[in-house]
Design a binder for this molecule. Structure first.
Ligand code: IVH
Length: 682
């Protein structure tokens, strides 16, 4: 049993602390089960430091109080988030130590300030006997049962390093929750709430979730939180005189803790002088978002323990350490409104208007709600108090609503069905998250993009009309819609920045040249969603002229190679809008022309104008297959039988639809008759 315990301890440390497992999970599970069975058969041989104890014992009625042998102090916070924070600290240390500018720089350990809760772990003869929260610094709570469930915390110190293992050792550090565990926990919570579980809630941030986990009376619940731990210091420890460890520096101490089996953050670094503290603060500030857990700052500690003793304490705070914070990445604020913004490509984005709030180092007044589903999931309403997060350069985000603070009767957000900029239909296609404005050529928000696209080398091609120029022309209100391009004259270009006579002439010439184009280029240039070059060519080939395309029904469009239901609908929606047709007419009136051809030889459309209902099981064709064939032949397939139905195609086990057809006197045919219709021979 002892061998199994130390094997499991070794492999647990490899897995949870070093992240370098040596054996497969299944092998670990097998060893674990073997030990469990032995302990069950021989309870007299079980041991409090056994890895099997990590699953937690019976729930407690309350936590016992623990008086800390060495008080758990806090450290001074340098609130100045700029570089000067580190310089102030170094200046104070040097002054206290009586150093002159000629003395060498002081050596520090720069650590991360983990955003969790402080914990004191007491080991007696190498075995974890007690874990206590900080409480008021003097008296905390005994949370040993819960802390045992944290896999990163050794239940027994690593025996390999036991040569200098003190009889009494209190390790101090931070219990925290990784961000991915936090997200997973909240996902589980949301699921429970959705299933109607009472008294469940989501957590605001990883720190709250970790603190809640540590303070669970039922250790089984604590175990589910999957908490983590970093060691950063010591409490009571057997003095060196009595065989305890003799460290010279704080860094030594951390490395010894590491060899005993505790996680110590790999970013921890020995640095010299204020400049290197500043560099550390800055580097971690830039990379904190890539860490798998939250930090709210960095901590600087004088490395030499002799100098630490010399510096001592002021009012319960060590003079040898300071916390240098980063601006908070989350703040509370209120929702003033919800706007919908239209991007250059027509995407509609709901944006929360916020009461101005300082978060992540800047004042934020807007936060994206991404799309309709997100806005509904978060259920943000006007007047709500919300948590806003801004991490790094990321766009500010509403994390969640503080529901307890909701007072108003504001309604749930709904996405407008019209573009707020131009009033065109806004549509959300199946399987897509975003609504899009369909007024590409007409919409003010999409003007620049639409013109650029039209002028593209592979579209209508206006040589030299690029990004910058479009920007200038639109911003100066010289071009508002596409046809304005063809109304440009030398006078309107004259006053423009960087527009010498020669370039103005060149541009006008390019515009003139673009008038003679081709139908595929023009179709592509209109920027209809889903109509790429290939589709534009196929449409031109099939219909021969623009008017035919503009008139074509969805069914007719479907007959074109390359055109599926989504594309057909997109083309139809585009030309259904009067202002899009108007732009096309104006372009033609301005002289944009192409050679129009005859419609390509196309397969006759034998079923055009006919409506079919398919019911029952057909002998050879699948339902979808039959539908495709009917549609490809110009027919329509409906879901229910009415007077307007031309044919009901009935297979075996046809039910109510067949009855209805007979009632209404609709013609009923079988598969072979359908095939005859499709072949045009009926
Ligand atoms: S040292 C006497 N180091 O920040 C020095 N504290 O007041 C004791 N914290 O709640 C603290 N990361 O739990 C230290 N690397 C770190 C830390 C750290 C987070 C927490 C600590 C306490 C507060 C400091």
């Amino acid at each position: 049993m002892n061998t199994l315990r130390s094997q499991l301890q070794h492999h647990g440390h490899r897995y949870y602390v070093l992240d370098e497992p040596e054996i497969p999970d299944a092998e670990y599970d097998r060893l674990f089960a073997e030990l469990q069975a032995l302990e069950l058969a021989h309870p007299e041989l079980s041991s409090p430091d056994s890895p099997t104890r990590r699953v937690g014992g019976a729930p407690l009625g309350q936590f016992d109080s623990v008086r800390h042998a060495v008080p758990m102090l806090s450290i001074r916070t340098e609130t100045d988030t700029l570089a000067t924070g580190a310089e102030n600290f170094d200046g104070r240390v040097r002054r206290e130590l009586g150093l002159t500018p000629n003395d060498p720089p002081v050596e520090y350990v720069a650590e991360l300030k983990f955003d969790g809760l402080a914990m004191s772990l007491r080991y007696e003869n190498g075995v974890l006997v007690q874990a206590a929260t900080r409480g008021d610094g003097e008296v905390g709570e005994d949370v040993t049962q819960n802390i045992r469930t944290i896999r990163q915390i050794p239940l027994r110190l690593n025996a390999a390093a036991a040569f200098d293992m003190p009889a009494i050792l209190e390790v101090r550090g931070e219990v925290y929750m990784r961000r991915d565990e936090f997200e997973a926990l909240n996902d589980r919570q949301r699921e429970k709430i959705a299933q109607g579980a009472k008294g469940e809630k989501t957590f605001v941030n990883p720190r709250n979730a970790a603190a809640g986990g540590v303070r669970q009376l039922d250790p089984a619940i604590a175990a589910q939180r999957r908490l983590s731990f970093f060691a950063y210091g010591l409490g009571e420890v057997t003095p060196a005189a009595q065989g305890g460890p003799a460290f010279q520096t704080h860094f030594d101490l951390l490395m010894t803790l590491k060899s005993w089996g505790f996680p110590v953050a790999e970013q921890t670094k020995v640095v010299r002088g204020a400049a290197e503290l500043v560099a550390f603060h800055q580097h971690m500030g830039e990379t904190r978002d890539q860490l798998p857990y939250d930090i709210d700052g960095v901590v600087y500690k004088v490395n030499s323990l002799a100098l630490q003793r010399q510096l001592g304490f002021v009012t319960r705070e060590p003079r040898w350490a300071v916390a240098h914070k980063y601006p908070a990445q989350e703040q509370l604020t209120t929702i003033l409104g919800i706007d919908v913004q239209v991007g250059r490509t027509g995407k509609l984005t709901p944006v929360a208007k916020l009461a101005p709030v300082f978060v992540g180092g800047v004042t934020v007044t807007n936060a994206t709600l991404h799309n309709e589903d997100e806005a509904r999931r978060k259920d943000v309403r006007i007047g709500d108090t919300v948590i806003v997060r801004r991490a790094g350069d990321v766009i500010p985000e509403v994390v969640s609503v503080v529901l307890e603070k909701r007072q108003g009767q504001a309604e749930q957000f709904t996405m407008p069905r019209q573009c707020p900029v131009c009033g065109s239909a806004a549509v959300r296609e199946e399987g897509e998250a975003d609504y899009r404005c369909t007024g590409g050529l007409f919409c003010g928000a999409q003007r620049k993009e639409a013109i650029l696209h039209y002028a593209h080398r592979r579209a209508v091609e206006v040589d030299g009309l690029g990004d910058k120029l479009v920007e200038v022309l639109v911003d100066a209100n010289i071009i508002r819609t596409l046809p304005d391009l063809y109304r440009l004259g030398l006078t309107s270009l004259a006053g423009l920045d960087r527009m010498a006579d020669k370039s103005a002439n060149n541009l006008l010439e390019a515009i003139e040249n673009s008038k003679q184009t081709t139908l595929p280029r023009f179709m592509f240039g209109l920027g209809i969603r889903h109509v790429g070059e290939a589709t534009a060519k196929a449409l031109a080939r099939y219909f021969g002229n623009l008017d035919a395309i503009m008139r074509a029904s969805e069914e007719e469009l479907l007959a074109v190679d390359d055109v599926g239901p989504v594309v057909a609908q997109s083309i139809r929606t585009f030309f259904d809008q009067a202002h899009n047709r108007e732009v096309v007419e104006q372009l033609r009136a301005c002289g944009v022309t192409w050679e129009e051809g005859e419609p390509a030889e196309r397969a006759p459309q034998p079923l055009s104008g006919k409506t079919f209902v398919i019911t029952g099981t057909l002998p050879t064709l699948g339902r979808d297959e039959a539908k495709d064939k009917v549609e490809a032949a110009g027919g329509k397939v409906a879901g229910s039988v009415s007077k307007k139905t031309d044919y009901v195609v009935a297979g075996t086990e046809a039910g109510s639809k067949l009855t209805k057809a007979l009632e209404l006197g609709v013609k009923v045919i079988d598969e072979s008759q359908l095939m005859e219709l499709l072949n045009g021979s009926a």
